[in-house]
Design a protein around this ligand. Structure first.
Ligand code: G6P
Length: 355
């Protein structure tokens, strides 16, 4: 097992560092920058009237992100927890039902997809695992091509799920911005490498490793990444963490904010979303909370932050993938400093095959 880690202390850290390569594999042969086109050879041309995305855990956060992408392109799309979908299937036999699952073996997701199939819906698997039950049982399959992931905490596969859902969205409804998105996707492996080469996440983790709780806030496409940042930290450090849609903070969670609850704020670009999230940053700062900004530096959020974890400038659809790398490293280093068994957290399994 030691040799499998290629010199890294944990599979999780190795897999975080494998992301430039796994993302390159995910994009390989699928994007034509000049034409501004995406070709997904394994898929027929799909033009769904609506899309339901079903998933669990980290993959649910990818589903939330995917639904948001499709909605931006005018396609009605909704994410569902797979276990909820199987029991309380919403109307929509005309929906394309997309099951997002790294393993392709999660029982909840399989049950949701079987229910969709029973109702006659068209089904699409977005998975890492060739020959998995999900891949075999679905009408269509889009592989994320991450390569095997050993660490229980999903890292590189989440990045590839977000990337594959970008490709899927471009293939269903390209839009005028397709060229710009594709250019950012082309730069993504190199940009992730730049984050990995220069991250100060370990210092941030040392500063906050004994906090009462950790909060993550983001708007729009950053919201799923805020949820994922919190989930990652919970899973491997056993510390309490929550992700919030930044605008929701004032509707309750603000009561939890103290000088012992660092707030990680995802702020990219300099538009309205950035401005509003900076407003939320000021609210928590006024209550004494330390702030860590994950930012491309286009706004002045750094002025209100105790620490800045920078990411390169990228298209708004791609920036969350870069921001997530910083949060993966924060979770890893907090857990490492607390001496947790990072690759095999208590009570968790890589793939949960019971409902
Ligand atoms: C388990 C794992 C999570 C994972 C979830 C969904 O709960 O511990 O890390 O996100 O299953 O797995 P899947 O293989 O369907 O993506």
């Amino acid at each position: 097992e030691e040799t499998g880690k290629s010199g890294y202390d944990h599979f999780m850290l190795k897999e975080i560092h494998e992301q430039p390569r796994s993302l390159r594999q995910c994009l390989q042969g699928r994007v034509d920058e000049l034409a501004g086109q995406v070709t997904l050879e394994e898929l027929p041309s799909l033009s769904p009237t609506r899309v339901h995305l079903v998933a669990a855990g980290t993959s649910y956060h990818a589903a939330l992100y995917g639904a948001h992408l499709l909605q931006e392109r005018g396609i009605p799309a909704q994410p569902f927890y797979a276990h909820e979908y199987a029991s309380f299937t919403p109307p929509g036999d005309d929906a394309l039902v997309v099951g997002v699952s790294q393993s392709g073996e999660t029982a909840d997701t399989l049950a949701a997809m079987r229910e969709a199939h029973r109702r006659g819906a068209d089904t699409l698997a977005v998975t890492n695992t060739v020959g998995s039950t999900l891949a075999r049982e679905s009408d269509h399959v889009l592989y994320i091509r991450s390569g095997p992931e050993i660490g229980v905490a999903a890292t590189k596969t989440f990045a590839s799920q977000l990337t594959a859902l970008n490709l899927l969205t471009l293939s269903i409804a390209a839009g005028r911005e397709a060229r710009d998105v594709i250019a950012s996707l082309r730069d993504l492996p190199g940009d992730v490498q730049a984050v990995l080469d220069d991250s100060k996440a370990e210092q941030v983790a040392s500063a906050f490793a004994d906090s009462d709780s950790y909060f993550f806030i983001g708007r729009g496409l950053h919201f799923p990444v805020a949820l994922e940042g919190a989930l990652k930290l919970k899973e491997i450090s056993y510390e309490h963490a929550e992700g919030f849609a930044a605008g929701e903070l004032k509707h309750g969670p603000l009561a939890l904010v103290t000088e012992n609850t660092p707030v990680f704020a995802l702020v990219t670009g300099d538009g309205e979303a950035a401005r509003k999230t900076i407003g939320n940053v000021k609210e928590v700062e006024a209550r004494g909370a330390p702030v860590v900004a994950i930012t491309d530096g286009l706004s002045d959020v750094g002025r209100y932050a105790d620490y800045v974890l920078p990411i390169p400038e990228s298209h708004p659809r791609v920036a969350p993938i870069l921001a997530n790398v910083q949060l993966q490293l924060v979770a890893y280093h907090v857990a490492n400093q607390l001496g947790r068994p990072i690759d095999k957290p208590r009570n968790l399994a890589k793939s949960v095959t019971v409902e």
